[in-house]
Design a protein around this ligand. Structure first.
Ligand code: IMP
Ligand code: MG
Length: 474
């Protein structure tokens, strides 16, 4: 069977810990979208491994698959594999021949487009890994696939078609001096051919490429368990997220089918675990109706807003360690946004919830959630949501609106819960669900009711044994 792990919010929900918790019983851990924009930390026997592309299960001796929905940077792939080898592991990583390859020019173009957008404050805040430009080329039918690396003639043909276009785009449209780049060979057909043909040779030598759908279906046919590991989160899904502040793939559960070649029936016949952080965090710009305080430069209009709820924000940020792992940049934080979660639960069909970082909220007098929104409809006609009701601030809605502009005009209606005391969380995890403090259990039960989804696990600390396990999906 399959268990699919999906981020319900904006990424950074703690999916890695949930994969870790349940992958003991999996034979294969497959990623279905994204590339080296993800970041997961795996701690095994006290050793920390930071990975951005290789599925985290590979550290635990599982077969790791990068599905056809992924975009693969072979430089990152082999760096990570070599690093794991040097540290004494023998990771078994397979790559879908249908997956697309991130080439050096994709990274360059990602950077340029962000620079140009930033002149009018429209940058997305991408990770700069070339993710968007690679998916553009996939949709534009000019991409290079992993399978193409295996055949030098095909690889050369593809590069000869696409590289001159990319060079012209960089030079003629964006006025870039390609020869002065950090990677001056990023637009050089011969250099790219040599480097990527070598990657192809290594992939072939190590028998690393697969037809992902066939490989995974055979695993399941033989009675094996497959975990489908989503990266990023629902609200940065290109179709269901906060467009254009999104990544260029589908982190939602539909992506698990198209991004692996397993059928929707197989994915839907398994379990889909939605990973929810007990509060909300956001990196970079864009609306965040339940935000507390703000981060200068990221929170829209922050300077005019003053110091609203700054103490609460600081408390959550410090307790939750809400700082970028690479940049150290403070993340924006806020109360749980339930309309966002209703949207996520519908889009992916969660069969269970893993709620993380519940301990972070301990010690507060009260804990709030954004239960619904008042959408300021102004003079405009209502978007006609079935759930809409009239209320004083405009129209009360229960899920996220479809446009970023409407979302900006949403004011949350809060519900308040009694706070709960800090606890010995390792002991709580050992004793089980009933040992969770009362207020926190009410909070979880509210969430479970609103999303009509049972709680499978509750994260109460960073350590591996600080998780209250209610259900094991396999
Ligand atoms: P891209 O995926 O690099 O194109 O970035 C697009 C958006 O997705 C940006 O707002 C990134 O901050 C966000 N993003 C991409 N990957 C992650 C992730 O793993 N966690 C959280 N945000 C991410
Ligand atoms: Mg992450």
């Amino acid at each position: 069977m399959t268990v699919t792990i999906v981020g319900a919010q904006l990424g950074d929900e703690g999916k890695g810990g949930v994969v870790d918790l349940y992958s003991d019983e999996a034979d294969v851990v497959a990623r279905y979208q994204g590339g080296d924009n993800a970041g997961h930390t795996v701690i095994e026997d006290g050793t920390e491994y930071k990975l951005s592309l290789v599925p985290s299960g590979a550290v635990r001796g599982k077969v790791g698959v990068l599905g056809n929905g992924c975009v693969v940077n072979p430089r990152t792939l082999f760096d990570e594999i070599d690093d794991l080898r040097e540290r004494g592991l023998d990771p078994d990583v397979r790559v879908a021949r249908r997956a697309h390859v991130i080439l050096p020019y994709h990274r360059v173009l990602d950077g340029i487009e962000e620079d140009v957008k930033s002149e009018s404050d429209q940058e997305v805040g991408t990770t700069g890994r070339g993710i968007g430009p690679t998916y553009e080329d996939k949709a534009g039918r000019r991409g290079v696939r992993v399978g193409d690396l295996l055949d030098p003639d095909v690889l050369r043909e593809r590069l000869e078609y696409v590289v001159p276009q990319k060079r012209a785009l960089a030079e003629d449209v964006y006025g870039l001096d390609v020869d002065s780049l950090d990677d001056p060979e990023a637009f050089d057909i011969d250099a790219l051919f040599e480097e990527y043909r070598e990657f192809g040779r290594r992939l072939a030598e190590n028998d690393m490429t697969v037809n992902a759908g066939e490989f995974l279906a055979n695993t399941i046919g033989d009675g094996g368990n497959v975990m489908l590991e989503g990266a990023q989160g629902t609200i940065i899904d290109i179709d269901h997220g906060n467009y254009p502040y999104v990544t260029s793939s589908n982190p939602t559960a539909g992506g698990a089918a198209t991004g692996t070649g397993l059928s929707p029936g197989v994915v839907g016949g398994g379990e889909v675990v939605g990973v929810v952080k007990a509060y909300l965090s956001r990196v970079g710009s864009g609306p965040m109706p339940t935000e507390l305080g703000g981060v200068a430069g990221d929170t829209p209009g922050y300077d005019e807003q003053g110091e609203n709820d700054e103490d609460l924000a600081t408390y959550i940020r410090e307790e939750g360690g809400e700082y970028g792992t690479v940049t150290g940049r403070p993340r924006r934080v806020g109360w749980l946004d339930v309309p966002m979660l209703r949207h996520a639960a519908r889009a992916s069909g969660f069969t269970g919830l893993a709620v993380n970082h519940l301990d972070v909220l301990a010690g507060m007098d009260e804990v709030k959630v954004g239960h619904s929104y008042d959408l300021d409809t102004g003079e405009q006609s209502s978007p006609g949501s079935q759930n809409a009701e009239r209320s004083e601030g405009g129209e009360e809605i229960f899920t996220m609106p479809s446009t970023t502009e409407e979302w900006t005009r949403c004011e949350p209606n809060f519900r308040t819960f009694d706070g709960w005391e800090d606890a010995d969380w390792a002991a709580v995890a050992a004793d089980g669900y009933d040992a969770i403090p009362n207020g926190a259990r009410e909070y979880l039960e509210y969430l479970s009711d609103e999303l009509d989804t049972p709680i499978y696990a509750v994260g109460v600390g960073a350590d591996r044994d600080e998780t209250v396990v209610v259900e094991r999906p396999y």
